[in-house]
Design a binder for this molecule. Structure first.
Ligand code: FES
Length: 237
């Protein structure tokens, strides 16, 4: 038997080794507890609502007005799809591209100008905007007093004057003939000014960008599929 065997037989040395072994086991245990704690932190991590979500984004469906509340040429303001993004709904009094209702004349558009983001004003046929008495509208238009962009609201907000590079997005409306209710169900391209790259027209990108940067309005869960006349407006850029 060598010196090593003698050391093992030595009670003091034997005790030191036991202490060392305890220390190793303790550190090992702490390390294991640390790993478990780390795992617990990972497992208990609560992601933000959209982080890593596999739930597809959808347009909220929102009741905007009832037919009985509307007067021709009197716009109704509302925010959609975000609480921060203003729109107008208006009964134009003449058939319109994308119009809903008995006369296909109810339309809604983003109220944010596609030039530099000012909010434009509705101007009825034969009227003038407050900022330009020399201009008289030949039809219902959106007139932006910042730099004079003019949108033809009976024709998908086609730009008919000023520097705006494209129409403002149209709100897709759904009309329930049994109740007269008018719902917002989505937005057409392009993206709302200030949301995503200007002029984005890909529907999936429009959905993603228009629902980003603010608080999505609360939608309703009831469906109107059996009695609703839905109108989807083709994209225009
Ligand atoms: S911001 Fe509307 S015309 Fe410039």
């Amino acid at each position: 038997m060598g010196s090593t065997d003698k050391e093992i037989e030595n009670p003091e040395i034997d005790g030191s080794k036991r202490n060392f072994l305890k220390l190793v086991l303790t550190l090992g245990g702490l390390a294991t507890l640390g790993s478990v704690a780390s795992m617990f932190r990972i497992l208990s991590f609560v992601p933000s609502p959209n982080a890593g979500s596999t739930t597809p984004l959808v347009w909220p469906v929102v009741l905007i007005a009832n037919l009985s509340d509307l007067q021709a040429g009197k716009p109704v303001p509302f925010n959609y799809p975000l609480e921060e993004t203003p729109n107008i709904l208006v009964k134009l009094g003449q058939p319109a591209k994308g119009g809903v209702g008995p006369d296909n004349d109810i339309v809604a558009f983003s109220e944010i100008c596609q030039h530099l983001g000012c909010v434009y004003a509705f101007v009825g046929s034969g009227s003038s905007p407050d900022c330009n008495s020399s201009y008289r509208a030949s039809g219902p238009v959106g007139y932006c007093c910042c730099h004079g962009s003019i949108y033809d609201l009976a024709n998908g907000a086609k730009v008919v004057g000023g520097p705006a590079p494209r129409p403002v997005p149209q709100v897709i409306l759904s009309f329930d003939a049994s109740t007269g209710n008018i719902y917002a169900t989505g937005m057409t391209a392009p993206t709302i000014f200030g949301h995503g790259p200007p002029g984005t027209s890909n529907p999936a990108s429009v959905l993603q960008d228009d629902l980003t940067g603010g608080t999505v309005v609360a939608g309703i869960t009831t469906t109107t599929t059996t009695t609703t006349t839905s109108t989807t407006v083709s994209s225009s850029t």
